[in-house]
Ligand binder design. Structure first.
Ligand SMILES: Cc1cc2nc3c(=O)[nH]c(=O)nc-3n(C[C@H](O)[C@H](O)[C@H](O)COP(=O)(O)OP(=O)(O)OC[C@H]3O[C@@H](n4cnc5c(N)ncnc54)[C@H](O)[C@@H]3O)c2cc1C
Length: 402
């Protein structure tokens, strides 16, 4: 039986971030990851790009990761929010918020490379990869895991177990934490597109009758597109050839960036809201998509998860893992408010803006114009987009955990 202080199941964006945030903790850590990081099937470090909020940048600074990421990110200086076919528009500017950028766009694969490079240099960390968890048993003093690696069963023991194994978390089910899932009946099609005109560091969030359409600025003359469509249209859109796809997308987005010239690989993600009923149970914590799977509108999921990571790492560093039952409930309470706010924010945006009911559509347009005219409302919206709500943990203030 191999013993660790902490076992993290899931070495994706969130599990890997947690391990790196604990690099100076002196704890022995094991990560169990189902897919090799080099595999094309690795579901976390895939073809997507992620909009990191200003708050996430502060956390990554505290984790000493920002210096490796900053030259590979595209800053977002302006966020342009509009309702397709109506007049309402609002714009958020970084100068107005007095920050160097409202956020940053990074490719998941690049984020993965940086996290993996960091993890490989940690001598107190053991990777089991590819390996999956097939059993979890809890006792008063520890958690015992059975994993399957290359057809071999291995038993591991830890004082604290973190489930970061995604929205379909097996660990969450194995320890009997209930979750709720509500299907949006929408899918997100993602692709990197080369545009005729430079994006000028502007992120576009355009609400359409089938759901939000985001154009996120990337390095060079590229944008990362997240196009929400009704689930029933998914196959038809995925089967279009590249020219027909670009033409359809151009119709939806218009010509603000000139012609859409070239598309990269397309991928599709069915969208649902999943929420774990508990964030902690005995010696188990659930984080990232395993705790909350969100609609990608306004890019909140990973940013929220990174705030979970920041708070959890601080509590682990402060209290240790031998007796986590003393502090885990406090951790859960401290994260609840932020999570509920982000849930309400993303869910109501999707429901309000994917609706063609005429009076609502007019009210929406008026609402966007009002936000554009009122600096205090714009500031509130910018604060949400920058991830500056919730209790400010040390890492959120950019302070290292030492
Ligand atoms: C289209 C789209 C766009 C998005 N854009 C943004 C954005 O701009 N900004 C933002 O903040 N968020 C965004 N998100 C959300 C973001 O992608 C997620 O929040 C993030 O990927 C969650 O990471 P995770 O590590 O919790 O889960 P996952 O990415 O699902 O990773 C889970 C990991 O666990 C492993 N695993 C699963 N089961 C097991 C098992 N039984 N044993 C061992 N390992 C296992 C998997 O292989 C994987 O590596 C977007 C999401 C989508 C779908």
């Amino acid at each position: 039986m191999k013993k660790y202080d902490l076992i993290i199941v899931g070495g994706g964006m969130v599990g890997a971030s947690l391990a790196v945030s604990l690099k100076d903790s002196g704890l022995s850590i094991a990560i169990i990851e189902a897919f090799s990081w080099k595999s094309d099937q690795q579901p976390s470090f895939d073809d997507r790009s992620i909009a990191l909020s200003y708050g996430s940048k502060k956390i990554l600074e505290g984790m000493s990761l920002w210096s490796s990421l900053k030259d590979r990110c595209q800053p977002i200086n302006t966020i342009h929010i509009s309702d397709r076919g109506r007049f309402g528009v609002t714009r958020l500017h970084h100068e107005e918020e007095k920050v160097e950028a409202l956020g940053y766009v990074i490719e998941n694969r690049v984020m993965g490379e940086v996290l993996q490079h960091e993890i490989q240099s940690l001598d107190h960390l053991t990777m089991y990869m590819p390996a999956t968890v097939i059993g979890v048993e809890e006792s008063k003093d520890q958690v015992t895991l059975t994993i399957d690696q290359d057809g071999q069963k291995i038993e591991l023991e830890a004082s604290l177990l973190v489930a970061a194994d995604g929205a379909m978390s097996k660990v969450r089910d194995m320890v009997d934490i209930t979750h709720h899932k509500s299907d949006y009946a929408q899918s997100a099609v993602i692709a990197n597109i080369t545009t005729e005109k430079y994006h000028d560091a502007i992120a576009y969030e355009r609400f359409t009758d089938s759901g939000p359409l985001a154009f996120l600025p990337m390095t060079e003359k590229r944008v990362s597109v997240v196009w929400t469509i009704n689930r029933e249209d998914q196959d038809a859109v995925m089967q279009l050839d590249d020219d027909a796809f670009l033409e359809k997308l151009q119709q939806r987005f218009g010509y603000r960036l000139g012609r859409l010239e070239k598309t990269g690989v397309r991928n599709v993600y069915p969208l649902a809201l999943t929420e774990s009923e508990q964030l902690v149970k005995d010696r188990v914590v659930v984080i990232g998509n395993a705790a909350h799977g969100l609609h990608p509108v306004s890019g909140q999921g990973f940013n929220l998860a990174l705030r979970d990571v920041a708070q959890l790492a601080e509590n682990i560093q402060q209290h240790g893992v031998q007796n986590p039952v003393c502090w885990l409930n406090g951790y859960a309470v401290s994260r609840q408010q932020d999570m509920k706010r982000v849930f309400r924010f993303t869910d109501s945006l999707v429901k309000l803006f994917s609706n063609n009911f005429m009076p609502l559509a007019h009210a929406r347009a008026a609402g966007l114009m009002m936000v554009d005219c009122l600096p205090s409302l714009r500031h509130l919206l910018a604060k949400q987009s920058m991830g500056l709500f919730g209790k400010m943990s040390r890492l959120m203030r950019g302070v290292a955990l030492k």
